[in-house]
Design a protein. Sequence first.
Lengths: 174, 658
Amino acid sequence: MRRMLLWLPLAIFGILAVFFFRGLSLDPNAQPSALIGRTLPAFQLMELHTGAMLTEADLPSGPYLLNVWASWCITCQVEHPYLTELSKTLPVVGLNYKDQRTAAQNWLAKLGDPYVLHLFDDSGQLGLDLGVAGAPETFVVDASGVIRARIQGEVNVRAFEREIAPVLAAGGSR
Amino acid sequence: MFAEFGHFALVTAFAIAICQSVIPLYGYFTQQDTLIATAKPLALLQGFALAVSFAVLMHGFLVHDFSISYVANNSNLYLPWYFRLSAVWGAHEGSLLLWALILAVWGVAVSLFSRGIPDEMASLVLSVLGMIGIGFIAFMLFTSNPFERLLPFAPANGQDLNPLLQDPGLIFHPPMLYMGYVGLSVAYAFAMAALIAGRLDATWARWSRPWTTIAWSFLTFGIALGSWWAYYELGWGGWWFWDPVENASLIPWLVATALMHSLAVTEKRGLFRSWTVLLAIAAFSLSLLGTFLVRSGVLTSVHAFANDPERGVFILGFLIVVIGGSLTLYAIRAAAVSEPGRFGWLSRESWLLFNNLILTVMAISVLLGTLYPLLVDSLGGGKVSVGPPFFNAVFVPLTAILVSFMVFGPLTSWQQMKDTRQYRPLIVAGLVSVIAGLVWPTQMLGAYSIASALGTVLALWLALGTVIDIRQRILEYGSVRVMSRKVGAGFFGMWTAHIGVAVTIFGVAMVENHTEHRDLRMGPGDVQALGPYEVRFIQLEKIQGPNYVADRVTFEVWEGTRLYQAVMPEKRLYNASQMVMTEAAIDPGFTRDLYIALGEPLGDGDWAVRLSIKPFVDWIWAGSFLMGFGGIVAITDRRYRRVRARKAALLEDRVAPA
């Protein structure tokens, strides 16, 4: 009996460990974004190069990524090569956020341009509607134009597997 | 290139840690003294390598090497030098490095101060410490390298240290806390060594007692500093928030407190051995668990600065190896431990046993209260939180019971209390305390509170009981001088710590029940009454700090017609992070703190202002300091040194015959 009792602490710890493991996959900070499951808010923004007016009607028919970037953003440079790679198979819309036009144009000229569409949001208006906290931030939009996921920070392999791949696997629409 | 030296030193320390854990252990099992003897020099080497690594990171902060990602994220050109140094442990990677360094420092301490302990035992202890070191250094090298470079684009300036952490409190709080957390690893290593060697006896208890006590003292200081820092820096004026991270430090503290007392029984009477070992394992395991909870992002808190599931998986794996491994070893080995000796119901053993039960129940309650939200969430029950009401409901009654044990325990003799007449003065003191305690709240600001009366009764009874204990000892030995020689420093440490508990309890009871607190709108020229004072809003100005701009209000505090003091709370906006911080103005005092903090600007030059009088709040930390200091007094006890002296004498004898 006493021998059995000595195993009790281990058993209790074992049960706790299972809960901790489950706990790891839950995000305590996850504030389900108000926009997930909705379409993009309406907007009217200039095209970065031409200055032509663009609205939500000009967006590609998904699935696509909406990438919030700026020339002042260091992490945007970090994710740029991966984003360029991604853009070969998946359209990426660029939302140039709180930036200066020439600086943004130079940035694209120097590093390469992965975007199918360039939205120029110098006042951060669409950023505000999207609840953007900072650049870079990327929204995954499915075939029906509904936002499915939001990636804060760098887009990389891990973010792709976790946030983007499931949306694509579901045929881009769920 | 310089930062790479730090990285290299870290890798070297990793390799040394592997040697330190494997070679002496192999030597122990194959009985090769030369291999056993490697443990101490390896521990010194590991300490040296980690010190180099740490120094390199400090250098990176001092010279603004923003190509190191960690420096870029946590420093700034305008950050004063002392905050640049403390910023080394201001975030995840650096605080891990500090953890590992302190662990190695404890290893160095064990190898320097263990001459009274047989080499093979010390080498087992160092081997276990080495294993823990492997885990932490690997954690850094594989998931959170503090020397990672930001290349090719090194930023011109850093993102600045979290403004919350730009405070003298941060310079001392984490190192103290880590000394405590990590110090418990020594008690753990002793327990593991005893389990491996199969010698769980009184000698083992005497070896690990001073290490446990000193770690406990550091933990006490660390928790108290953290609480003090929260009080004056977070700007809410609270001193304890039952935040998961605070709880993560309180749980090991409670268990370590139980362990200290249980070790006393094991050393003196050879009892509770298996329980003591379990506590030693639990105390350190719970420190690790605290780290896991904070660093993995499993729970949210103001401290959770690095949430990353990958790290969480690593720590969880490490936790399973350390805790699971030691509990398995415990289950196998503790079965062989017999419990010789008996004790009567009315004996110091039984008081200490109940003390252990209460402290364990407290620790489990805090653990459950902290984990409950996680358990509910992982069972799909959504997000819940457990607030102060739960913890207060548990802690107040348990503390009351614990205090009565603290009063009777020290005056009770081992084995069997024969003469219960010795309890009489304690009962008289109890009656005096009840009367004084019931009257006391009427002398305080605010409504009469039964909780305040209870706190006063307990604090007074404990203080009087301790004084009576001291008096009885003096009577027993005839004079103060003889008594102080006979009882040893251990008793003086205990008395100091117990008085400290009384002081803290009193402070808590007063602050929680008699704080006068007002949130007001005030503008230039406004006057408000606060207790015996009048607070006048004199002027508002903008000031420029080294890395922030601030609104600063000058208040004059008048006592009748006499100007008591002018105070200047600030609201700071930090340039780099754009975070707003409150710098409260606090006038500390023996019987009360005057606390003035700025809330939000309300327009027209008016501000939301928080005014409080916090009676006896500093007693909370003064008491904690006494507790920690008591621990330090206790380890100066002669008998820990006597062992060493005896051993030295033995060596001399061996040399002498020639």
